[in-house]
Design a protein around this ligand. Structure first.
Ligand code: BES
Ligand code: MN
Ligand code: MN
Length: 463
């Protein structure tokens, strides 16, 4: 298998160029103006799977954007790995904060990426990480090194909640049948501190509207005497955390899994620098729930955050007005045993209960997702750990992350399989933000590590 590093050396420029071509298509699933681009990206991904050596590929229609499927079955008796990823990307705005256009990829070096990083929307999340698997397959097929069966399922609606995927899984259970699911859509601690993601948070996402008077009013004539929806919404939101930054929604913590002292002590052994964390974000101090460390706050604790808030006059200059309504979008990140539907219900009941008489409150649920935790004593985890040991020369650290990939819990429920999360991005790669990038080193390291997972997983399952 030493051939993998030779193969990468020989072909790395082409690998990067092919990824750059894919990154040029603005596959923004949230923006219907780009629906043609999303579909064009699906076609490009299908072609890349065919070129990499899949025996069968297809574009599977769903009620939303298509799922790209590909497979290479070498022997029904051998294990089957199902690779999941997504070809859609987040909207790039605000455009003015990008140093180069989001869909015109450029390679520049940074402090953390001395070998260069590809700057483009989707470079890391998830086109770049998904494409590592395509190139790893290419290597294995061309070098007769594919040890087991492989299936690919690359979707186009992850960034908008994977709405069509539940039906897709139910309809294609047999086609998707597998022994283990492999995903690269998370990160690792640092280039010299490999880690494997063992947990994802769940999500409940709601939109709220507070309506007061039947029209916008003169803030002098009426001000002080009527309910101002923006003042009231701000007050309601502020009351959702107490002075210890605990969430005040009754029942919110009822099912939260509390980690044992031993588990928390184990977590605290992972390298983490509070100073570096604050410096990277230019914040004077961190902020969060008392009684928990920063890594705990962003991984094993649930949250409630306003993601957007609007209402009233926000144009140039001053307009004296009391708006008739105010709105906000709120996300709650959930931890094991919290159920997104239940949490949404608790939120709605509480938010309606704390609204003063003079306003009407509406809570509209958006997408949600269950949290996920994967065991480290499985052969899947052990194979992944040995793959990192081989290519990084270090044992990876198991790490629960704060982000969400709601489909992972559904995979377990519908297909009955566990997922291994081998992410090669860094938190500083600015996914979802302006100037998203992915280290060229990380991209190539991923391509190098993935075939070892195939090798060890096959060895461990056939022992
Ligand atoms: N790849 C991310 C999730 C992620 C990133 C997990 C880094 C862990 C570390 C994924 O594309 C994403 O953005 N998920 C959304 C949820 C989805 C329902 C829109 C998220 O976490 O906000
Ligand atoms: Mn992603
Ligand atoms: Mn994302």
């Amino acid at each position: 298998m030493e051939e993998i590093s030779n193969y990468i050396q020989q072909h790395k420029d082409r690998f990067v160029n092919e990824l750059v071509t894919l990154l040029k298509i603005p596959s923004i699933s949230a923006d219907s103006a780009h629906s043609q681009d999303v579909i064009e990206t699906a076609e490009a991904v299908e072609k890349s799977l065919k070129d990499a050596g899949c025996d069968h590929t297809e574009i599977c229609e769903t009620k939303g954007y298509p799922v790209v499927y590909g497979e290479k079955i070498i022997d029904a008796k051998l294990p089957t790995i199902l690779v999941y990823g997504h070809y859609d990307v987040q909207p790039p705005d605000p455009l003015s904060l990008w140093n180069s256009p989001p869909f015109e990829p450029v390679i520049k070096t940074t402090d953390l990426h001395p070998d260069g990083a590809i700057f483009a929307r989707g470079a890391c999340d998830d086109k770049g990480q998904m494409f590592m698997h395509v190139k790893a397959l290419e290597f294995m097929v061309k070098n007769n090194a594919l040890p087991c069966n492989v299936k690919f399922m690359i979707e186009g609606e992850e960034e908008v909640g994977s709405d069509s995927l539940a039906d897709f899984l139910a309809e294609h259970k047999e086609k998707l049948d597998n022994d283990i699911i492999l995903i690269s859509d998370t990160g690792m601690m640092a280039n010299d501190v490999p880690s494997i993601t063992t947990g994802l948070r769940g999500l409940s996402y709601v939109e709220v509207e507070v309506v007061g008077p039947n029209r916008d009013l003169h803030s002098g004539i009426y001000g002080g005497a009527v309910p101002n929806p923006i003042n009231i919404l701000s007050k309601m939101i502020a009351s959702l955390h107490d002075e210890n930054n605990h969430i005040t929604i009754p029942g919110f913590y009822d099912k939260v899994e509390e980690l044992s002292t031993a588990e928390r002590a184990h977590m605290a052994e992972a390298p983490f620098s509070l100073e570096a964390y604050k410096n990277a974000l230019a914040i004077g101090d961190v902020y969060g729930e008392s009684g928990y460390t920063t890594p705990e706050r962003y991984s094993i604790r649930p949250t409630l955050d306003v993601n957007g808030i609007w209402g009233g006059y926000t144009g140039e200059g001053a307009k004296t007005v009391i708006a008739s309504k105010a709105n906000a979008k709120i996300s709650m990140r959930l931890v094991p045993h919290q159920d997104p539907d239940e949490i949404t219900e608790l939120f709605a009941r509480h938010f309606e209960a704390i609204a003063p008489e003079g306003v009407k409150v509406t809570v509209t649920p958006h997408h949600g997702g269950l949290p996920y935790v994967t065991p480290t004593d499985s052969i899947g985890y052990q194979a992944a750990a040995k793959a990192y040991e081989t290519t990084f020369g270090k044992t990876p650290i198991p790490e629960r992350t704060g982000g969400s990939i709601p489909i992972v819990a559904l995979f377990e429920e519908v297909l009955g399989s566990k997922t291994i999360l081998m992410g090669f991005g860094l938190d500083s790669d600015a996914i979802h933000s302006p100037n998203e990038h992915f280290g060229v080193w990380n991209f190539l390291k991923g391509i190098e590590t993935i075939p070892y997972f195939y090798k060890y997983y096959t060895e461990f399952s056939t022992q």
